[in-house]
Design a protein around this ligand. Structure first.
Ligand code: B12
Length: 244
């Protein structure tokens, strides 16, 4: 794990020490292991205030979530309290960023709209919320449909809004396969090439070829790359009329 500014303590004495002087990721992970939500929040908040909240999400929180998640997958050692704290810390940071990111950088008009959500039967909200936060921070107008979204609803909402990209999140193999229904719905309505399908979530990172298997137009392994992907897919799409 990277040191943010090597040579000082591991950060467990708290943010008063100065967030740039600690191995911040390790310190946050330790707070999560102690189920110390406020402590983890304080560290992230202090680092974000100094280095920028977008940087905090990309460089600290996202890798921490991935590491904690991978640890759980490999060892199953995360307790319910720790899992709860991970989710709450991520939500705390994302709500801090909400409202900061309503406008495109540099006063540009908003890009999009795009539609995102977790596929039917999937309730792993964190990755999707992070995706929404990153997209908004880069000036995208994001319609977030939430968890457990049926395929037809994704397409209905995209057509209503005039979106050219749908981003579908799934964390499990079973739910990733449910995304095939979104592909079929897009094709059945003759929208292929106009409404493009992006997919993501940890299961896609660990299963090469899965995105192609379910018929996605693209995938990305983290929210930062996802923002670029949405830009590419938007350009590739020939667009849709907004339904009145
Ligand atoms: C936290 C968590 C939960 C929390 C979710 C809380 C919440 N509010 O989100 C709770 C406790 C509810 C939960 C429940 C369950 N979980 Co769970 N969970 C996890 C865990 C530990 C972390 C997931 C996470 O949030 N990661 C952090 C986020 C930020 O990462 P991410 O989602 O990958 O998102 C990033 C990228 O992938 C990308 N991205 C995300 N979406 C999209 C979309 C697009 C379009 C793009 C381009 C990119 C993109 O950007 C994000 C930010 O960088 C994982 C372990 C793991 N290693 O993944 C297990 C895991 C996913 N869960 C698992 C299981 C089995 C379950 C349960 C069935 C457990 C149970 N028996 O009840 C239930 C199922 C609930 C359901 N139906 O959805 C398994 C899945 C196994 C599999 N491969 O199928 C895992 C892998 C753990 C394990 N034991 O192996 N879980």
């Amino acid at each position: 794990m990277d040191d943010i500014s090597p040579g000082k303590d591991a950060g467990l004495s708290g943010p008063a020490q100065g967030p740039s002087s600690v191995n911040i990721k390790q310190a946050v992970i330790e707070r999560i292991q102690m189920a110390d939500r406020r402590g983890a929040d304080a560290l992230l908040d202090a680092w974000g205030a100094e280095h920028g909240y977008e940087n905090m999400l990309a460089e600290i929180l996202d890798p921490v979530l991935t590491e904690v998640g991978d640890e759980w997958r490999s060892s199953g050692m995360l307790t319910l309290a720790q899992t709860y704290v991970v989710a709450k810390v991520a939500e705390d940071m994302m709500s801090k960023m909400a409202g900061r990111s309503r406008q495109a950088p540099g006063g540009q008009p908003p890009k999009g709209p795009v539609v995102i959500g977790n596929i039917e039967e999937d309730f792993h909200a964190l990755g999707r919320k992070m995706l929404g936060t990153f997209l908004r921070a880069q000036g995208w107008d994001v319609l977030d449909l939430g968890n457990d979204v049926p395929a037809a609803v994704f397409v209905d909402k995209a057509v209503e809004a005039g979106a050219r990209v749908i981003g579908v999140s799934a964390m499990m193999m079973s739910t990733a396969r449910n995304i095939k229904a979104v592909r079929e719905e897009i094709d059945r309505r003759g929208l292929a090439g106009r409404l493009l399908l992006a997919v993501g979530g940890a299961i896609f990172r660990v299963t090469p070829g899965l995105a192609e298997e379910i018929g996605a137009d693209g995938t990305a392994g983290n929210a930062l790359d996802a923002v670029e992907l949405f830009g590419r897919l938007w350009e590739r799409s020939s667009g849709m009329e907004v339904r009145t």
